[in-house]
Design a protein around this ligand. Structure first.
Ligand code: FE
Length: 219
């Protein structure tokens, strides 16, 4: 008769699931309610909240990283500084460094390809790349990026020749990585701003290369 216990428990769970579907499905509605409550109780200052939202919507994101990459491509002295002391070089361009951890810039070349993962959770350089994409946080990527990195890259459409050394960097709470992708051929005539427009988020995580034409979403 013990088998009836899990079945009964399953039925209870199902009915709970059903009830969950009756509460507002719109997550933003729930967030809004929570926010109103926190503000009402004086636990949160609405101006501080607005500043935080503005930061993550407008000031933090992969476009910051793209500007850093484009500067490094066009200014050899800046590139040297970036590879030697990334936090200082990032600050030079006026970007936030609110996380307090160290950042290391690693350079892709025709001989060496770098890719970044956080095997433990989802550590990521927020101030320069924004919030991590869902795939970066997935357990599949976190495990397979270490076990079969070339296979993972292939799934991202990047087939790495055998003679290219592949380095996989495991991010931690203390140390995050920015991949400096290779500047694509045929971009000698482009200025820094145009170059920045070519740089994708994924290229700065090291799962794809930068192409000489603008990515679709930027057109
Ligand atoms: Fe992590």
């Amino acid at each position: 008769m013990s088998a009836s216990v899990p079945v009964a428990a399953g039925a209870a769970e199902q009915s709970q699931d059903h009830q969950h579907q009756l509460v507002p499905s719109d997550i933003s509605l729930r967030v809004k309610s929570l926010e109103s409550l926190l503000v009402e109780k004086g636990l949160v200052d609405p101006a501080a909240l607005d500043a935080l939202v503005d930061t993550y919507e407008n000031k933090v994101g992969p476009r910051n990283g793209a500007k850093i990459v484009a500067r490094a491509w066009t200014d050899p002295a800046y590139k040297k500084r970036l590879l030697a002391d990334a936090p200082a070089a990032i600050a030079e361009l006026g970007f936030l460094s609110t996380q307090g951890e160290h950042t290391l810039a690693v350079e892709n070349t025709p001989k060496v390809h770098n890719m970044v993962v956080c095997t433990l959770c989802s550590c990521y350089p927020w101030p320069i790349l924004g919030l991590p994409p869902v795939w970066y946080k997935s357990s599949a990527y976190r495990a397979r990026a270490v076990i079969d990195p070339r296979g993972v890259l292939k799934e991202f459409g990047l087939e790495l020749p055998d003679n290219v050394e592949l380095r996989v960097w495991d991010s931690t709470a203390e140390l995050r990585y920015l991949v400096l992708p290779e500047r694509p051929a045929g971009t000698d005539h482009m200025d820094e701003e145009t170059l920045a427009g070519l740089v994708t988020r994924n290229s700065m995580v090291g799962v794809e290369k930068v192409k000489a034409s603008l990515p679709k979403e930027a057109r």
